[in-house]
Design a protein around this ligand. Sequence first.
Ligand SMILES: [Fe+2]
Ligand SMILES: [Fe+2]
Length: 259
Amino acid sequence: MPKLLFIGDIVGRPGREIVAERVPKLRMDMGLDFVIANAENSAAGAGITGLIARSLLESGIDAITLGDHVWDQRGWETEISHFERVCRPANLPESCPGRDHVFVEAGGRRLAVFTVLGRQYLGMKAECPFRCADRMLERLGPLADTIVVEVHAEATSEKQALGWHLDGRVAAILGTHTHVPTADAAVLPRGSAFICDVGMTGPYASVLGREVKPVVERFFDGMPRRFEVATGDVRLSGALVILGPDGKRAEGIELVTVR
Ligand SMILES: [Fe+2]
Ligand SMILES: [Fe+2]
């Protein structure tokens, strides 16, 4: 059965290093056909650069997705369109640069992945993720064997609602953004794999990947501070999805943690 590993938000250098170190071997050991990663925090915890995108793709990631931090690095908005295997959230305004989906081919199969941003507690100019996903499925359905939807959202309710809305129409609906892996991985009744959050890839001795002290202090006084990327307890976190024989739906999903 074809296998997909979807790696959660890569945070800073620690996240990039564990990806470069472990992904090539994971591909072999786990027999992975597709590896996708969200890299919205890969450049010092905020955004991505062309250099980083290139090196992640070279370390065995087939497709890179992004979230609300998509435009955090200056210059990326002019670079993104040069990358065929990088997409920005699909429900951003049409005028935004970059692709709204990526195709990956393996073993004669074609997988399409796209991201939708949630709208609860996320201040992006994003259209309705439900309507956007419906429209993307109409467009990509005839062009891909397998469709994977990343739900980059804050609220678990919004992620679950999107999961149920898309169940049976895609192979997987996988949550990102909150950086904390959740214990709800399951195949929904109509055959789509679902998890609220696949977790982040980076330092877990942290607050969402950042050094603990300045974050705690900011909760006391609300004053701005630099939140450097932390360094301790680095893990790679993601969801392993076992696809069905035709790739349209999933047979299984489990959380993967590599320390
Ligand atoms: Fe993130
Ligand atoms: Fe995010």
